[in-house]
Design a protein around this ligand. Structure first.
Ligand code: ZN
Length: 70
């Protein structure tokens, strides 16, 4: 009963758990805090949190010779 019908976790946009409407949300605030929101589409209230996902990219350093690209 309390399960969300829509994919509302780790979504790119803020998704309403009531109707699935995706909000073009400009997030300003603290990460990992819970916020109240009213859906633009169905006008139901829901809570949401925002997580900042860190991703790493690494690559090998070029050796001196490779750096010269000769
Ligand atoms: Zn909604």
């Amino acid at each position: 009963m309390s399960r969300e019908e829509f994919d509302t976790t780790y979504t790119d946009n803020l998704t309403c758990p009531h109707c699935g409407h995706e909000h073009d949300h400009d997030f300003e605030g603290e990460y990992d805090e819970e916020f109240d929101n009213c859906c633009d589409n169905c006008e139901e209230y829901f809570d949401f949190t925002v997580e900042l996902a860190l991703k790493y990219n690494s690559k090998k350093k070029l050796t001196e010779n490779e750096g010269k690209n000769v």
